[in-house]
Design a protein around this ligand. Structure first.
Ligand SMILES: *[C@@H]1O[C@H](CO)[C@@H](O)[C@H](O)[C@H]1NC(C)=O
Ligand SMILES: *[C@@H]1O[C@H](CO)[C@@H](O)[C@H](O)[C@H]1NC(C)=O
Ligand SMILES: *[C@@H]1O[C@H](CO)[C@@H](O)[C@H](O)[C@H]1NC(C)=O
Ligand SMILES: *[C@@H]1O[C@H](CO)[C@@H](O)[C@H](O)[C@H]1NC(C)=O
Ligand SMILES: *[C@@H]1O[C@H](CO)[C@@H](O)[C@H](O)[C@H]1NC(C)=O
Ligand SMILES: *[C@@H]1O[C@H](CO)[C@@H](O)[C@H](O)[C@H]1NC(C)=O
Ligand SMILES: *[C@@H]1O[C@H](CO)[C@@H](O)[C@H](O)[C@H]1NC(C)=O
Ligand SMILES: *[C@@H]1O[C@H](CO)[C@@H](O)[C@H](O)[C@H]1NC(C)=O
Ligand SMILES: *[C@@H]1O[C@H](CO)[C@@H](O)[C@H](O)[C@H]1NC(C)=O
Ligand SMILES: *[C@@H]1O[C@H](CO)[C@@H](O)[C@H](O)[C@H]1NC(C)=O
Ligand SMILES: *[C@@H]1O[C@H](CO)[C@@H](O)[C@H](O)[C@H]1NC(C)=O
Length: 530
């Protein structure tokens, strides 16, 4: 089988390269690999059988034979003149290389000459390339990680010698040769590989004698991820009970897989997509206090367990402020409420009365916001302004309100100076919390979620009163001696407002006198020094 194939190949070469040399001889170049059977043609025109053919190599006769009776060919004899005058070499060796001349005597006293150049070459064969370190995709493409040091090795075998080349075709360079050498292998190295080095790498081996070339190539992809973590953000909708949480992680190749999920809860939010920006639209029925939402970025360039994440823990709004405010008729008063815990941020409004009428800015009401502090300034106070105000905070989880009760006094009750101090003491010197959650869905889904017990309803009132002006508070709260270092002594009161009172602001918050009554009937008073 092998012989037949080789003969066929050599005939092909003959057809391709036969030419007539300057001295009128047909000239043929032949290549054969060591061990092959080579057939050197002589007279090939028509079916005339030469009577005698002589073959000379490099000017010396090597064999003669001929015509109708081909020379006997002992098994050990490698050379043979065939019936048609061609020379058959069995088991070519490197020494068979040379210039062969045939001289055929044809019937009718004519002769025919032909020259054959025999080259003994092999290969390139076993050409292979290796690129390390790289992982192999199912389609055979190799993947390297940006920043790694990559070694390329191209190898093959050729006789007598070969020329090896590493070539690269990428987005910005086509078919450029990187390195070349004579030898059995060719090493190439890229340190700190960058995405621009992504492309097709070809290892080419060319036999220096036969010019036969073999080409192996492979695609190399360079994967990368950004150093930063994904970014978790929220987009609040017009309707405050709806929210979109988005997670973005740009700058990774190929596109990462992002996943939004809920910590420590089976069956919760769990959305996965191959994208660099993943948004989940959620509403109040799916959200609850202290729920942690995490976005995880997965990527082939990140090792297992090294996924990058961002997260946030949702918190219901909790407006804090002074529940009792007193103002003098015909003056202005500013109600203050601080909301700094809500995640995502709450939408805050001021409302008035048990009907909770929304307060809109006007010459009477001035609304302002300084950081987490929300202020409502009421100008030209009259007795009609007395009553309950709500600092209403709403985020996608819950609605929480701070109730503020405004008492209006006529100026005749106190001297102007004392009232001024009194009001400033109440407004500036106090930090009182009284907030309640009006709406939250936590009873619906969060209790079953394994978060542990939710916090109790925040019905407690923490009243922190700085006893800045002893004169004013002498009648209303127990008096404490000032400390020698000049710091203020502070009274802390903790008492619970019964929840029935809590629903109805008018019974919960009244004048300072009533507050004092409450203190006496409830828990003992703690003393704290700041
Ligand atoms: C070819 O062979 C014939 C007879 O065998 C001989 O006379 C002749 O000189 C040879 N020619 C060459 C070029 O060798
Ligand atoms: C063949 O040719 C040679 C010279 O070219 C000549 O001497 C000889 O007589 C010829 N023989 C025949 C049979 O024609
Ligand atoms: C092999 O697969 C990768 C990823 O699936 C793709 O980017 C690449 O183009 C593929 N290569 C070939 C040669 O198909
Ligand atoms: C790459 O090679 C350089 C120099 O040989 C070395 O300093 C660096 O640490 C190597 N980087 C990696 C990722 O192996
Ligand atoms: C390249 O590959 C060849 C053949 O596999 C091997 O002999 C040679 O050591 C390799 N060279 C390097 C630098 O790895
Ligand atoms: C690449 O180069 C080789 C030889 O160097 C050439 O045969 C081939 O056509 C080239 N391919 C492209 C796409 O330029
Ligand atoms: C080697 O193969 C590559 C891709 O298959 C091709 O672009 C290139 O032209 C080939 N080169 C040679 C010399 O055959
Ligand atoms: C929230 O996402 C939905 C689709 O996912 C979109 O239709 C809607 O406009 C987004 N809302 C906001 C406030 O971005
Ligand atoms: C999230 O959903 C995927 C299928 O979409 C599932 O394989 C995975 O276990 C789920 N994870 C959690 C924490 O529920
Ligand atoms: C809230 O989202 C859930 C799930 O997407 C949906 O079934 C429900 O109708 C939504 N509720 C409102 C008020 O949009
Ligand atoms: C203050 O209110 C009274 C009645 O409530 C009104 O008559 C008076 O014009 C107001 N003064 C200012 C400055 O608005």
């Amino acid at each position: 089988m092998r012989i037949v194939a080789t003969v066929a190949l050599l005939h092909l070469c003959l057809c391709a390269t036969a030419a007539v040399s300057g001295n009128g001889f047909a000239e043929t170049a032949l290549t054969a690999a060591p061990g092959d059977v080579a057939l050197l043609p002589c007279f090939t025109l028509g079916n005339v059988t030469p009577s005698l053919t002589t073959w000379m190599k490099n000017g010396r006769e090597v064999i003669r034979g001929g015509g109708s009776s081909p020379s006997p060919s002992p098994a050990e004899q490698r050379l043979e003149v065939l019936h048609d005058g061609s020379l058959n070499i069995k088991g070519v060796t490197p020494g068979d290389e040379g210039s062969y001349l045939c001289n055929s005597s044809l019937p009718g006293n004519s002769t025919f000459h032909a020259r054959v150049l025999l080259q003994v070459t092999r290969g390139p064969k076993d050409v292979s390339l290796s690129i390390r370190p790289a992982t192999v995709l199912p389609n055979g493409t190799l993947v390297a990680l940006r920043g790694s040091n990559i070694s390329f090795n191209c190898s093959g075998s050729s006789f007598p010698s070969q020329w090896l080349t590493w070539a690269f075709t990428g987005a910005s360079s086509s078919n450029s040769s990187l390195v070349s050498t004579f030898g059995s292998w060719l090493d190439y190295r890229i340190e700190d590989i960058q995405p621009s080095a992504q492309g097709v790498y070809s290892c080419r081996a060319r036999n220096t004698v036969s010019d036969q070339a073999v080409n192996k190539s492979t695609q190399l992809l360079v994967y990368y991820v950004p150093d930063r973590h994904p970014e978790c953000m929220w987009e609040l909708a017009q309707d405050p009970s709806h929210v979109n949480f988005s997670c973005t992680w740009y700058g990774a190749y190929p596109t990462p897989t992002l996943r939004w999920r809920e910590e420590k809860r089976e069956g919760g939010i769990n959305v996965t997509e191959v994208t660099d920006s993943l948004t989940v639209a959620l509403n109040r029925s799916l959200l609850c206090d202290k729920q942690t939402l995490t976005c995880t970025a997965q990527h082939p360039a990140l090792a297992q367990g090294k996924e990058k994440t961002c997260s946030f823990t949702l918190k219901s709004p909790y407006p804090k402020g002074d529940p009792l405010v007193m103002a003098l008729e015909a003056t202005s008063i500013t109600l203050t409420c601080t909301e700094s815990v809500s995640v995502p941020p709450a939408k805050n409004t001021w409302r008035k009365g048990l009907q909770q009428d929304l307060i809109v800015p006007s010459s009477k009401y001035v609304l302002s916001k300084e950081g987490a502090e929300l202020k409502l300034t009421i100008h030209n106070i009259s007795k009609d302004d007395e009553g309950v105000y709500f600092c209403h905070s709403e985020n996608p989880l819950a609605v929480t309100e701070l109730e503020v009760y405004l008492t209006v006094r006529t100026s005749s009750a106190y001297t102007g100076a004392i009232v001024g101090i009194f009001i400033s003491a109440l407004i500036v010197g106090s930090a009182v919390i009284i907030a309640k959650t009006v709406y939250s869905s936590r009873h619906r889904i969060c209790l079953g979620g394994g978060f542990g017990q939710m916090e109790e309803d925040r019905g407690d009132v923490l009243s922190l009163v700085e006893s800045d002006d002893e004169q004013i508070f002498q009648d209303t709260v127990p008096r404490l001696p000032p400390l020698t270092n000049g710091r203020h002594t502070t009274l802390v009161q903790i008492h619970r407002i019964p929840s029935s009172d809590h629903e109805d602001a008018e019974t919960a918050d009244t004048s300072p006198q009533q507050q004092e009554d409450t203190e006496q009937t409830e828990e003992p008073v703690d003393l704290v020094t700041f």
